[in-house]
Design a protein around this ligand. Structure first.
Ligand code: ATP
Ligand code: MG
Length: 434
């Protein structure tokens, strides 16, 4: 089954040329023998006439006939009597002999071309036709390849770039490869690049805005916190519940601003040093120990299967711990106490490792699975507000994993529950202790 545009154009172009060649071949096989036959018949007629003239009127009449016919046809004609066993047939490209029978014996009319060659024999004509067809097929194949490549290249480049954009690489462009081309495909490529440029600009503006606003809020928030502390010292006794509430809200906002700043800094970071060699199993165990400390009531729900040989990845230890921690925290927060949370760390195909966190909570609607990793996305606002989530945890996770050339995906598991799988490139070498 041909599925690429290139292969389809190539196939159709070759087919079209094959049909053309087959048509020429059919015409040649139908008409060429006829024209050959006509030449053969003419020579035979000369030979019969020459023999009759010779036998009836003698050699003078024969010579006159041969001379006149020869002048008219640019041929040199000679008639000779043949004995049994003497070959009378084609001798070279310029000479042939035609056998004719008379009343007194058999004769051979030798036909010599005065200039050029005689019409070709059927065999050599066929060989020449076959070579021509072969050459035609080869050149048509080359031409078809060129046409198919020319037509399909912008589309396949466009497809690759679109899929890079869809994976979040906002720098993806088809580029100036088709700058000198003037057709609809090249226009499409140019317009696509312009659209990608504009899109990347908008996303970049949005990211910068989030980063800038968070940064601007940070200082007044710190001052507010200090002012609250001072006010608390003097007047907490008058309104202890209100002060506690204010403190809680300030902490929530501080946490949100902190996460937003982390996300903004991760988005801006492309040249962050990711050069530590990290034992992934040990890292996951550490994240789970922290979680158990944070939520002692849920410690028994966390089940970890460590990898047998250590699995190493290269990157930023703190960032990886944060990415995995956010997933584990979600599993704890969005499932009821007692619900089993299985964490695994395994090899995942050649040169890859995966950390999977599978809970037995409610899962998420299928349509929401891809959006979980978008900033501020929350499946159910009311439920999440109760648990205090802001919708940034998984966005930070995805960005951190992206920076490590990895992928993160979520899927629902039967009978109910969510599994989040972080896939990373594996490396060999010594673990960095830091
Ligand atoms: N294990 C899970 N089970 C069910 N829903 C989940 C799970 N993990 C994430 N979600 C849903 O995905 C949404 C996004 O998660 P994310 O971690 O990005 O944000 P959050 O937990 O709401 O806030 P925070 O920024 O504090 O992590 C959550 O609001 C929740 O609706
Ligand atoms: Mg979360």
């Amino acid at each position: 089954m041909v599925r690429t545009l290139f292969a389809k154009i190539l196939l159709w172009s070759v087919l079209a040329q094959l049909v053309t060649v087959a048509t020429i071949l059919t015409l040649a096989t139908v008409y060429l023998p006829e024209s050959q036959q006509a030449v053969d018949n003419a020579f035979r007629l000369y030979a019969d006439t020459a023999v009759t003239l010779y036998e009836r009127f003698g050699s003078k009449a024969l010579d006159q006939f041969l001379a006149r016919s020869g002048d008219d046809t640019l041929l040199r004609l000679t008639l000779s009597a043949t004995n049994a066993g003497v070959r009378c047939g084609r001798k070279s490209d310029t000479t042939t002999g035609i056998q004719a029978r008379g009343q007194n014996g058999s004769y051979c009319l030798t036909v010599r071309a005065k200039s050029g060659g005689l019409p070709e024999s059927r065999e050599s004509r066929r060989t020449r036709l076959q070579i021509t067809i072969l050459l035609e097929l080869l050149s048509s194949l080359g031409l078809s390849y060129g046409i198919a490549r020319y037509l399909s290249r912008p589309i396949s480049d466009l497809r690759q770039t679109a899929s890079r954009l869809a994976r979040g690489d906002l720098s993806a462009r088809v580029g100036g490869r088709f700058a000198r081309r003037r057709d609809e495909a090249a226009d499409l490529v140019r317009e696509f690049d312009q659209m990608a440029e504009r899109l990347a600009g908008l996303v970049e503006d949005q990211r910068r805005l989030i980063g800038d606003v968070s940064h601007e809020i940070k200082s007044p928030l710190a001052r507010l916190n200090m002012a609250l502390e001072l006010a608390r010292r003097d007047a907490e006794a008058h309104a202890p519940r209100q002060f506690a509430r204010m403190q809680h809200e300030i902490e929530t906002i501080s946490q949100l601003v902190g996460e937003l700043l982390t996300l903004a800094s991760l988005n801006a970071a492309t040249a962050r040093p990711l050069d530590q060699t990290v034992d992934l199993g040990a890292l996951v165990a550490g994240v789970l120990a922290d979680m158990a400390y944070e939520q002692p009531g849920r410690a028994d729900d966390l089940h970890f299967t460590p990898p047998a040989p250590p699995l190493l990845v290269r990157g930023d230890k703190a960032l990886l711990a944060r990415a995995i921690g956010n997933v584990v925290r979600n599993a704890v927060f969005y499932t009821a106490p007692g619900a089993r949370i299985a964490v695994r760390c395994d090899e995942n195909g050649p040169g890859r490792v995966a950390v999977s966190v599978q809970d037995s909570g409610p899962g998420v609607p299928e349509a929401a699975l891809d959006r979980l990793f978008d900033p501020f996305y929350r499946v159910d606002d009311a439920r999440t507000r109760r648990t205090g989530g802001t919708g940034i945890g998984l966005a930070i996770c995805r960005r951190a994993v992206d920076l490590h050339a990895g992928t993160v995906r979520a899927h629902n598991v039967p009978p109910h529950g969510l599994a989040v799988v972080i896939d990373l490139p594996q490396v060999g070498g010594e673990v960095d202790v830091a």
